[in-house]
Design a protein around this ligand. Sequence first.
Ligand code: PLP
Length: 481
Amino acid sequence: MENNQSTGLLFEIAKPGRRCHTLPPSGVPSATLDACFTRQAPPPLPEVAELDLVRHFTNLSARNMAIDCNFYPLGSCTMKYNPKRHERLVGLPGLATLHPLQPDQTTQGMLAILYETQAMLAEIAGLHACSLQPAAGAQGELSALLVAAAYFRHRGENRTRVLVPDSAHGTNPASAAIAGFDSVTIKSGEDGLVDLADLESKLDERTAVFMITNPNTLGLFDHQILEITLKVHDKGGLVYLDGANMNAILGITRPGDFGADMMHYNVHKTFTGPHGAGGPGSGPIAVRDMLEPFLPSPVVTRDPDGTFRLKHDRPLSIGRVRSFFGNVGVLVRGWLYLRTLGPDGVRQVSEQAVLNANYLLALLKDHIEVPKGKGCMHEFVASAKALRREKRVSAMDIAKRLLDKGYHSPTVYFPLVVAEALMIEPTETESQETLDQFAATLISVLGEDPAVLHESPHELSISRPDEVAATKQPVLRWKSA
Ligand SMILES: *Cc1c(COP(=O)(O)O)cnc(C)c1O
């Protein structure tokens, strides 16, 4: 039950004179400020009492779907549990109150954490060096492609193309274009993997980078990966791994070992940074030795006497890609996670994530088509194509109805290579009971009256917002009439 007073905006429940606070009388003489510092009228802030304010925000927060309240099988996004211990530790004053402009001598603890994080991420990647700066996976892609461009420029090679499979995340071709490359699409074969013939026909000395997501967005590990990386290297190109699916292979295989020359991590996905609704993220990149000089500056280094430093003097570096040192709050959570789990625990994360996804796949695949569903890695992609044809029920209808049932919806309409896609990623942190209940609920939704599904969700405060308008013409501020 919601409190009626709090369904409106704060401005709408405001009453002149209401206050959340009282200030004691001033004990110092008042001074007159120069006119340029003073306002003519007080700012138009809503005037509310503390209780109304608390109810307003508490009720608003309860309208959210959140990993702490709901199962959240949002494929590709890896919505795993965010340990509460991390929140307590990252909030310790020695970490949370640092200023990024403090001299290095006064931030040795933080620099030690970042140095270790660089080393652990490079080790998990099977690569040599790491930059923690990029603020999200997409920025990691862009940074790594700028590193590749700088590398080829340094070698005097003019390579203009980046090859991207058609199952890739939209950020891959977008990053290629922003980095100044022409993005060329590589087809997937019937099996959902890279079509080798198509790759070969487009691979030549114009190729700078081949970007691959492995396991890919269909939840399949491309077993041709060694052959692919050999072919790309043969033409002098670099292989980039989109590491958004690292949750499936941590400690089991390493991108560097299967031929990737650079990659990004999504620390917020794979290593438990709380995310959703656009941030905060962290997208470190790891690279092979010959690319290291081009990484963004600064990087954290360690002197022989154990002193940590931010090293800025790196003449071949592409420069800064983010202010200060990246989103250190997310990085510290990732460090805590890795230090807590250790190498065996990290591997167990992926084993359990893959087991959970295959368990859910086995429960569902007789009830909804899963086109490449013989088995999967940490996620799989179902298709509502037949339902759409037979009952005019779309992936969107199913996703919206699941909200009524208390589940965040799977990712829909991605990857683009599957019609009416529902991309399901349970993650390793869910129990068997949760997976059983979700499967039973989804199966019951699939059998519901199409009319009910078309109108869903029925039980939430908003039903079907105009998503295009919300993206193209967002109204982000309140204006008095
Ligand atoms: C999430 C994701 C990205 C982009 O990462 P952000 O951290 O959201 O910028 C890229 N590729 C894949 C496959 C992803 O799932």
